[in-house]
Design a protein around this ligand. Sequence first.
Ligand code: GDD
Ligand code: MN
Length: 372
Amino acid sequence: MDAMPKDAAIVIAPELCIVVPVLNERDNVGPLVAALHTVLAGIAWEVMFVDDDSADGTRATIASVAATDPRVRMIHRIGRRGLASAFIEGAQASFAPVIAAMDGDLQHDEAVLPQMLAAIHAGADIVVGSRYVAGGGIGEWDAKRAGMSNLATRMGQLVLRTQVADPMSGFFMLRRAVFDRASRNLSAIGFKILLDIIASLPEPPVIVELPFQFRTRVSGESKLDAGVLRDYALLLADKLVGHIIPVRFLMFAAVGALGIAAHMIVLFAALKLDGLSFATSQAIATFAAIAGNFILNNAFTFGDRRLRGWSFWRGLLTFALICGVGALGNLSVASFLFGPATFSWWLAGMVGAAMSLVWNYAVSSVITWRRS
Ligand code: GDD
Ligand code: MN
């Protein structure tokens, strides 16, 4: 085949779209596109950068490459973050029948892409660029990160109904039809989109794993931090029980249960150790439980919308008020059920408590931790 003119993408619809989430990858964009041109000669491809409002000039760099290269496209997202959701939106913005996910920091080996496409043509649903099959490797990772990756991979088996050596890989290719079958069930939380896709499919897909060596990052920085671990735990929980009960609500309820324990401890201490009156002790315990719940919910349940500085104190106030109203509602419903409705004491008590739990959750998530 003759060398394709640079504007071939205009007349030939791309067969392959490489979705590349980027966050502050200015110096990696140009070399990445150049590398794609080298390895994908003869294939109708496009690259879809998904930029979450980088502050380092990444978009300007992408724009200047795109000025002479119609294969280069971009989505600019504002006020949103996340590798998984970036991939999903990138995939949805393209019509290509085959989609690949690749990091924008040159750590993934683009030379594997043609083999991946060949495996798709040969019938695979998903082709994984794998560090954990013969010939693959994790490059220069330290023992700690290697161990963490290993543990996370094993935990991932909880939600995968099929054997995959490297379900945490961010480098993979799949048919659009497969993506479409998973898309409505995706959790879209955090970094691990491949695991999310496999766990969201109604039937286990045909997976082929091809080895690659994870390269060392040269420019820019990794975005992997503690938040990525929390997101991974949330993803697993959402995949395990999320179709029954929202994970955030479960966390809120768990924090509430801790709050009851804290309440009893503080009550005991105030009453028995400090010798305060019951009413005073109960008031102190109630406030301690509310404040404790607020701090834990702020750190974990709503960790993605965490309140800081002045907002923290305003949040504590609104949360205490909401819980106060919830307690009043609890009291009146439980008294009605126990009295006129003649429920047993424990059923009346439980319904009242459940009601205030749902109220506290529903109202605090739109007032105290409203999306900014
Ligand atoms: N749009 C967008 N939004 N891009 C992001 C975000 C985000 O919130 N966070 C990270 N990225 C981009 C980075 O700019 C980079 O192009 C790519 O996603 C990977 O991010 P890194 O921060 O370099 O991740 P890593 O190298 O630590 O992790 C890689 O290896 C893991 C394997 O253990 C990723 O490929 C993971 O997906 C993979 O699981
Ligand atoms: Mn990286």
